[in-house]
Design a protein. Structure first.
Length: 173
C-alpha cells in the first residue's frame, strides 16, 4: 500500500534532512583528508572555511536561531585548533595565534552575553578551556612573553568566573 501524501513527510524524508552541522563536518573531513595527504595548503583552506562556518553557526545560535541539535561551540574550537595547527606546522605562528585568539574572543563574548541562550553560554564556557589551552600553547611556541599569556588567562577568568577552575588555570601558567 502506498502512503498518502496528505499524511505528512515519510520517515525516510525526515531522516534525509541535513543536520545543521553537515557542511561544517564535510569541510573538516576534507581538511583532514588533505592533512593526511600532506597538502597543508589545502588542509588549512578547508579548516579556515570550517572555522568561518562555525562562527556563523555560533552567531546564529547566540541570536536564538540555532537548530536544537546543533552545538557550534565545539565546532568552532575544533576548526580553530586544526587551522592553527597547520599554520604552526607551516611556521606561521602569528596566524595560528590570530585564529585561536579570534575563537577565544568569540567564546568569551557569548559567555558574557546575557541574552544568549543559557545552554549555548554553558557550552562556550566548557569549550573555552580547550581554546585557551591551545592559544597559550601556540603563544609559547611563538615565544610570547609571560605578560601576554597572563592577559589571555585573565580575560578568560573575567568572563568564566568559577567555570574555569583554579586547577585548570594553573595548568596554563
Amino acid at each position: 500500500m502506498k502512503a498518502s501524501a496528505s499524511k505528512g513527510p515519510s520517515l525516510a524524508a525526515a531522516s534525509s534532512r541535513p543536520h545543521p552541522d553537515d557542511h561544517w563536518r564535510k569541510l573538516m573531513a576534507n581538511g583532514n583528508a588533505a592533512f593526511r595527504a600532506g597538502d597543508l595548503k589545502e588542509a588549512v583552506a578547508y579548516y579556515l572555511s570550517g572555522f568561518t562556518e562555525a562562527e556563523g553557526l555560533l552567531h546564529s545560535a547566540a541570536a536564538g536561531m540555532a537548530h536544537p541539535e546543533s552545538d557550534p561551540a565545539p565546532a568552532l574550537v575544533v576548526a580553530a585548533s586544526n587551522a592553527a595547527r597547520v599554520h604552526g606546522d607551516r611556521g606561521d605562528h602569528a596566524k595560528a595565534q590570530e585564529i585561536l585568539q579570534r575563537a577565544t574572543v568569540l567564546l568569551r563574548t557569548i559567555i558574557s552575553d546575557v541574552t544568549a541562550p543559557p545552554a549555548l553560554r554553558t557550552s562556550c564556557l566548557q569549550h573555552l578551556n580547550r581554546a585557551l589551552a591551545d592559544l597559550i600553547g601556540c603563544m609559547r611556541r611563538a615565544g610570547a612573553d609571560a605578560n601576554s599569556i597572563a592577559q589571555e588567562i585573565d580575560a578568560a577568568r573575567r568572563v568564566a568566573g568559577d567555570g574555569l577552575s583554579a586547577t585548570q588555570i594553573q595548568i596554563f601558567h
